[in-house]
Design a protein around this ligand. Structure first.
Ligand SMILES: [Cu+2]
Length: 166
């Protein structure tokens, strides 16, 4: 009788632990787009909030960047930080290479350019810029977002985030 009761209690505890693990799973707290594909990211105090994004492939996405700081920030999307004279200046690989994200307002798109081969937007202080894009399955993997304003100063200060595409 006692053994049965103890076993029952252990099973209950294990079941609760399993439920909690399931609830905590699904991206380790990564932010995901809502049912309309919209994901809002604040640029606040030289950081991204949220700073980990989980994006699906094959679905229209609307990434809305809201700059709550007074200074302007750029946002680049890629991986493998490129350095020049010891400064972080951009990404070697562009998440949006070969794609044509729609930027609103259009003038906020500052790359690709002669200086920077990667896609980049400029979000002026206290303004909002949206990027609409559908990621193909070949972009699956881990990427980054970052602001390389000030020749990498902002990136080093914390304006760097993780993008998980799956
Ligand atoms: Cu910045």
């Amino acid at each position: 009788m006692t053994t049965t009761t103890r076993n029952g209690a252990i099973i209950t505890v294990l079941a609760l632990a399993a439920i909690i693990l399931v609830l905590m799973g699904g991206g380790d707290g990564a932010a995901q787009p809502d049912d309309d594909g919209v994901l809002e990211v604040a640029l606040h105090d030289y950081g991204f909030e949220p700073d980990t994004l989980q994006l699906p492939t094959g679905e229209p996405l609307t990434l809305r960047f809201v700059n709550q700081d007074d200074p302007s920030h750029h946002v680049s999307f890629g991986r493998e930080v490129r350095e020049r004279d010891g400064r972080a200046v951009g990404f070697d690989q562009d998440l949006f290479a070969g794609l044509e994200p729609r930027v609103t307002p259009p003038a906020a798109q500052t790359g690709p350019s002669a200086d920077d081969p990667g896609f980049e937007i400029l979000v002026r202080g206290n303004e909002t810029v949206t990027v609409e894009v559908t990621l193909p399955p070949d972009r699956s993997g881990n990427w980054e977002i970052g602001c390389f304003t000030g020749r990498g100063c902002h990136y080093r200060a914390g304006l760097a985030g993780t993008v998980i595409v799956e």
